[in-house]
Design a protein around this ligand. Sequence first.
Ligand code: SAM
Length: 237
Amino acid sequence: MSIELIQRGYRLFAPLYDLVFGASLAPGRRAALAALDCRPGERILEVCVGTGLSLQLYPAGVRVTGIDISRDMLRKAEGRVAARRLAHVEALLEMDAQHMTFPDGSFDKAALMFALSGLPDPVRAVNEIRRVCRPGGTIVIAQHFRTRNAWLRLCEGFLAPIYRLLRYRGDMDLERFLAAAQIEVLEQRRVNLFGYATLLVCRNQAPRAAAEHRYVAAPQSARSAARAAGGVTDRVG
Ligand SMILES: C[S@@+](CC[C@H](N)C(=O)[O-])C[C@H]1O[C@@H](n2cnc3c(N)ncnc32)[C@H](O)[C@@H]1O
């Protein structure tokens, strides 16, 4: 999955993004922001901020920085910030979530919504989020993970062409991700229509060494075995 292909996908899809994923993902964004429980004066990082659909949900008094790899998506976010005069948005920056340029502990809290499975190395991105957040801070992740529910699989099938364009994995496995990321999850619940997505409310543990694990999808044929075994951790290096 190359960054250039992801950027090209979002360049094509940016004009339609809000129409397709605006209202449909809004309950998950609201739940994630409520779980973040922002307090006045806090510095918040929103990773993969996209067109900035969540930016108006932050309370006044916080300072929000958004990053995204797609200039086309960021341009829409900038328009939204200007049109709604969102003074709490400090910066919108073009940056790769897997290689952030912020110093350690720059933020109190962070949110990553509906973007994890589109990242070439999601565990690396989560490690970066942990690095730039202070220890003990809250990190919320909202994401659709693979489901066995027949109705939700129908939704996956319907969205498959868009997922392909955006280089988005529609079948990311939650257990494999958690085993690889080793992040402390305080709360996990279903959000969005039909519970299509999962909200993970996490606490940032003390800083740790660079990633030892990465998320690797199970080969198609091995998936049922892996599921039966409760997920597998893939160690690299
Ligand atoms: C499905 S959109 C989600 C946008 C927003 N969080 C929302 O709730 O609508 C995924 C976003 O992740 C961004 N993205 C993909 N790969 C990235 C990377 N490596 N670093 C930063 N942003 C990335 C895309 O450009 C896109 O804006």
